[in-house]
Design a protein around this ligand. Structure first.
Ligand code: SAM
Length: 329
């Protein structure tokens, strides 16, 4: 029974934890290309602070955690954090979202520490395009990381791809074919307006409906049952049984009505929505010796005011000040 129920009756069971704002890629939709100012080390929550926060949240109803960033693999000692979080009674699942660059070395210790689920972000299989989109020549390292994840038994492995019309629409088919070949769950996530200046435009968003029509050219596909009610993806599979595709229509088909997440930034600010314009300062409480009850009360108050949904496309939409990489995607 969760105590984290917002004013729209949504029960919050998921916490996304950004473990660093640093990243080794510079994806144009996510992070500035140069002169990125990272958080000073002392402003970033320690593993002990993260663990304490999670322990306070479990009795309130949080059961699932996802580590993100920035690039979570850049956080030194990450397997130690995973081990601490997996050991918290009441936590049933610890996953991670990563670009997989560096995963070839970390897949084994992370798996051994108890990390169960992996989402790998990969927007193209073309080396030159990857270099263009991410400003780093790291496709081989990402693919090696994906391979290592499969070798060390991560299950499921999901590949998340963001498609921008003028940049990588050509990649829908190759990515879908990779999913079919390797039995990976592929998810297309709509491009969202967050953080990066005025680069976003509605025309660049490739809707679920459009992706679906491209996928139909590869082979016959059918819906996979009902969405599980908590996940944001509408799922499909090819009728020959190989590969599953999920479509996450964050912009054209928002799933805010089912949102069961809150998130905490690397510098300890609680956000009740990716698009929140207001943050709640958890770090100050953690560092001022506040008792658990006070932390719990802050989270309960914040959740009670969780936003009904994002307002993308509406005149009153306000873009969050922080970039996606700084919030933790
Ligand atoms: N570095 C890790 C990674 O690449 O998965 C974790 C952080 S990254 C911010 C998390 C996810 O956010 C990635 O899948 C990325 O593609 C997605 N993302 C970033 N900016 C986005 C945007 N403007 N619209 C949609 N997805 C975005």
């Amino acid at each position: 029974m969760t105590r984290l129920v917002d004013s729209f009756g949504r029960e919050i069971v998921n916490l996304r934890i950004s473990v660093t704002d640093r990243c080794n890629l510079r994806c144009s939709y996510c992070i500035p290309q140069e002169d990125v100012t990272w958080l000073p080390r002392k402003e970033v929550l320690s593993f002990e602070e993260i663990e304490r926060f999670v322990r306070v949240l479990v009795p309130l109803g949080i059961r699932k955690l996802r580590l993100t960033g920035g690039e979570p693999l850049l956080r030194k000692g990450l397997p130690d954090l995973v081990a601490k979080l997996v050991a918290v009674p009441g936590i049933v699942d610890v996953g991670m979202t990563t670009n997989a660059v560096g995963l070839a070395h970390l897949a084994k210790p992370l798996r051994e520490a108890g990390l169960s689920r992996l989402n790998v972000s990969l927007d193209t299989l073309n080396r030159e395009l990857y270099r263009k989109l991410t400003r780093r020549d790291a496709l081989d390292a990402a693919l090696a990381g994906l391979e290592a994840a499969a070798d060390f038994g991560f299950e499921p492995i999901k590949v998340n791809a963001v498609i921008e019309r003028d940049k990588n629409l050509s990649e829908v088919v190759p990515l879908a074919e990779l999913a079919r070949e390797k039995g990976i769950v592929l998810r297309f996530i709509e491009y969202m307006p967050i953080g990066m200046g005025d680069a976003w435009s509605n025309e660049q968003v490739v809707s679920n409906a459009e992706i679906l029509s491209i996928l139909r050219e590869i082979g016959p596909i059918e819906p996979v049952g009902e969405p599980d009610g908590t996940g944001p993806a509408t799922r499909y599979r090819f009728t020959d049984g190989r590969g599953e595709i999920g479509l996450i229509g964050s912009v054209t088909e928002p799933f805010c009505g089912h949102c069961n997440r809150i998130r905490i930034t690397a510098d300890g600010k609680l956000r009740t929505c990716l698009f929140s314009v207001r943050e709640h300062d958890v770090r100050s409480l953690l560092r001022s010796g506040a008792p658990d009850e006070e932390l719990a009360a802050l989270v309960e108050r914040a959740v009670a005011k969780k936003e009904p949904g994002h307002k993308i496309g509406r005149p009153d939409f306000v873009k969050p000040e922080r970039t996606m990489s700084a919030i933790g995607g």
